[in-house]
Design a protein around this ligand. Structure first.
Ligand code: ATP
Length: 138
């Protein structure tokens, strides 16, 4: 079995979509193994988004991710990394497929950073790294 890090981003929490996102995760058959509402620090986000350091949207991205509380979760199941990314949909919510979280619930709000409701680890290596960052006890 496999684990992934899921973030319900501050835009989703602000819009009261936390339950809807977690409902979809559980309805697909995955299990929550850790779950926490928290406000991320700049240091944590700098590590989390290390691959984007130096990009023009990096600092707006970190600001956005600190703009309010987010929900961090570790989700478990067979092929959950792929499975959650499939649930989440494409990065750009304007064109994300209907049926996905981003396609059903997201859109362009005219902001510098794409506000796309959720994050999910993109590989086994990222998942291990991100889970270690957000839930060092696990
Ligand atoms: P995530 O990692 O959040 O699940 P992703 O893998 O589809 O989504 P990444 O390429 O890792 O996206 O980018 C991280 C986040 O940075 C995106 O989810 C989005 O919020 C923002 N972002 C990515 N590319 C851009 C861009 N070109 N302009 C503005 N914001 C962006």
């Amino acid at each position: 079995t496999e684990r992934t890090l899921v973030l319900v981003k501050p835009d989703a929490v602000e819009r009261r979509l936390t339950g809807e996102v977690l409902r979809r995760v559980e309805a697909k058959g995955y299990r929550l193994v850790a779950l926490e509402l928290r406000t991320a620090t700049a240091d944590l986000l700098d590590e989390h988004y290390a691959e984007h350091r130096g990009k023009p949207f990096f600092s707006p991205l970190v600001e956005f991710m600190m703009s309010g509380p987010l929900v961090a979760a570790v989700v478990e199941g067979e092929r959950v990394i792929e499975g959650f990314r499939s649930l989440a949909g494409a990065t750009d919510p304007t064109v994300a497929a209907p049926g996905t979280v981003r396609g059903d619930l997201g859109r362009d709000w005219g902001t510098t950073v794409v506000q796309n409701l959720v994050h999910g680890s993109d590989s086994a290596e990222s998942a291990a790294r991100e889970i270690g960052l957000w839930f060092p006890g696990l």
